[in-house]
Ligand binder design. Structure first.
Ligand code: ADP
Ligand code: MG
Length: 290
């Protein structure tokens, strides 16, 4: 690790991952909803959008700039974007803007080994300041990339997101087991799009049936199961589901007793990877354009 790392200061009290075994099930929606719920309790919250396959932070948080992020005066740290209400945001989508200017237009294609270095840099060379919570939106699945990232961050807890389909049950269990093997407790499982309330008669309908929820409760008796309704597209998902996300945030308190006092000092002890600072990473990375 270079001398750059020693310039980083600050602490992160708690690092919470949001994970799902499939993409498109609402992982990022839950990550932002959880971040906002934690903010409502007065905590200073950062979000690290580590989903290199589908970074969606820019479209989920209103009002973030579409410009390149600024570098610190010595060029070694990237300044995060901060939303109007104080959510501290870093995403691969933001740092890719820096790369694009160097390489011209096109998509940035990442090789596996570069992903790990990139995430180490995003975690350790973003000027977070001190945070009460860092919510990490992990890539989906239990393959090499999500596993590497889940292993490398010193995660205090994880929230697993799934849908209520019977077929998603096995995946959800697989995700919880992967995290359990890494010693990461899962105090809450979110079943997204589990039900809807009929605007005509007011009845609650469960289009995918109650079976997956019951089976999950049986398999994961210690986790708080939170069901989210299917929301109309224009409802502003996060705001309308505040009560549900508050339950997820409270479930995290159950693991706080396990946390070491004082949390994590920056730079984080990222296992397995070196964490080159930005200029080195961008200059040496073998990127392809498509
Ligand atoms: N409960 C819900 N009701 C309706 N649409 C939802 C719900 N949760 C998520 N979505 C929508 O589904 C899409 C995928 O959600 P997203 O959070 O980006 O998933 P992921 O991060 O798992 O890929 C988004 O367009 C999001 O707005
Ligand atoms: Mg996402």
């Amino acid at each position: 690790m270079s001398g750059a790392a020693t310039q980083i200061s600050g602490r992160i009290s708690r690092i919470v991952a949001v994970h799902s075994c499939k993409g498109g099930v609402g992982k990022s929606t839950v990550a932002i909803g959880l971040a906002r719920a934690l903010q409502r309790t007065g905590r200073r919250v950062g979000v690290l959008d580590a989903d290199i396959y589908g970074p969606s932070l820019p479209s989920l948080v209103d009002g973030l700039p579409s410009t390149e992020p600024e570098l610190s005066p010595n060029g070694r740290q990237v300044l995060p974007f901060v939303s109007a209400d104080g959510l501290i945001c870093q995403s691969f989508a933001f740092v890719a803007r820096l790369w694009r200017r160097r390489l011209g237009d096109g998509s940035v294609v990442l090789r596996g080994d570069l992903v790990a270095e990139l995430m180490a840099a995003m975690a350790n060379h973003t000027r977070w300041g001190s945070l009460d919570d860092l919510v990490v939106d992990l890539p989906p699945g239990t393959g090499e990339v999500p596993l590497t990232l889940a292993t490398a961050f010193p995660l205090d807890a994880a929230v697993v997101v799934s849908t209520p389909h019977a077929l998603a049950l096995a995946d959800t269990i697989k995700g919880v087991e992967m995290l359990a093997k890494l010693g990461v407790p899962v105090p809450a499982v979110v079943q997204n799009m589990a039900l809807f309330r009929c605007t005509g008669c007011g009845d609650v309908h469960r289009p995918f049936g109650p079976s997956a929820a019951d089976a999950l409760r049986a398999r994961l008796p210690d986790a708080q199961l939170v069901e989210l309704p299917i929301m109309p597209h224009d409802s502003g998902l996060g705001g309308s589901l505040a009560a549900e996300f508050d339950v997820v945030a409270r479930a995290l308190d159950a693991v706080d007793a396990r946390l070491k006092r004082g949390g994590h000092a920056l730079p984080l002890p990222t296992k397995q990877w070196s964490a080159p600072h930005w200029p080195t990473l961008m200059a040496t990375a073998k990127l392809e354009l498509k």
